[in-house]
Design a protein around this ligand. Sequence first.
Ligand SMILES: Cc1ncc(COP(=O)(O)O)c(C=O)c1O
Length: 393
Amino acid sequence: MSNPLLERLQPYPFERLRALFAGITPNAALPNVNLSIGEPKHPTPAVLTDALKAAMGGLAVYPATLGIPELRLAIAGWMHRRYGVTVNPETQVLPALGSREALFSFAQVVLNPADASALVLSPNPFYQIYEGAALLGGAQPHYLPLEADGQCDYAKVPDNIWQRTRLAYVCSPGNPTGAVLSQQQWQILFDASDRYGFAIASDECYSEIYLDEASPPLGALSAAVAAGRTDFRNIVVFSSLSKRSNAPGLRSGFVAGDAALLKQFLKYRTYHGSAMSTAVQMASIAAWNDDAHVIENRKQYANKFNEVTPILQKRFEVGRPQAGFYLWMKTPVCDQVFCRQALQQLNVTLLPGSFLARDVDGFNPGAGHVRIALVAPLDECVTAAERLIEINL
Ligand SMILES: Cc1ncc(COP(=O)(O)O)c(C=O)c1O
């Protein structure tokens, strides 16, 4: 007998992709370009790998879940440089093994499994971990469709939904649209959280991949400060080195914000066993303390968007995102048909937008779009775009 809540988990988008492509023979005359998975592919910077190699002695000790003070200081320093926000490294920062596990486990801290009417707000389309976290916490996900600007409109949430909300996941910059939540929208969320007492989990793992060097995306804690909040009550941000420093295999990120929530989270994490290896902590310190490699990384993505977007715009409706490494492109036919044809005719692998969203009242807000991850080298991304505009539909 296993936990019955496990039955409520949905197949992951990539499982559905395999099923969608079953029986398709990709065009063997062309090498495959895979733009379906959001896995960074630029090289991991030496500043990180050198620090990791130098710290191998650290493997001989059990690390503490709280991490070493130097890591929390480096993270607090980065938060200050990047956001102008002051967080207390003793009480308002915790290391995480990437943002994914923390986004998941945080729900288990704030949800009361006995409260069957609890709702967890999630954007739709969304990163599937939010849904799994809600379901395994015994709550019900409540999906908010992305609007034309690529973000949720929290002004549309009715009071009867707010009343039942225990946790709201925000994804900003968003996956898949790259849109950044505005101060005005944050204000609506903060006001609702004050009124109804729910926690806000702000997934900011794409915060460092932005296209206009002069305007880094707004983060939840800066929005809180701008809203005149002296503490970060009920707000926790989730950040990561995976995208910022091209290190998805390092499994390093952090959470920051409300000290009371993080105290509970630390307790949970101690039992859960999510302490970060000391070697990984040392590599993470080096990475958070260095911004040069991040600027270089952004340049590479900006080049790809500059080259690829105008090619695709010759035929399709697609705009440059504010941030992230995805193009969210409208498809002239059903997105699943488009992806099958792209593979069969052009040997280009894409992800249908409908796989990233749930149907609500018969409407899937991801349908009619494909997500194109510009993670492959520039020349491969350009080749894929040139092939795509020749697709026969
Ligand atoms: C929106 C979003 N959040 C979180 C993650 C998790 O990233 P990591 O656990 O590597 O920090 C991803 C990974 O693709 C993502 O797309």
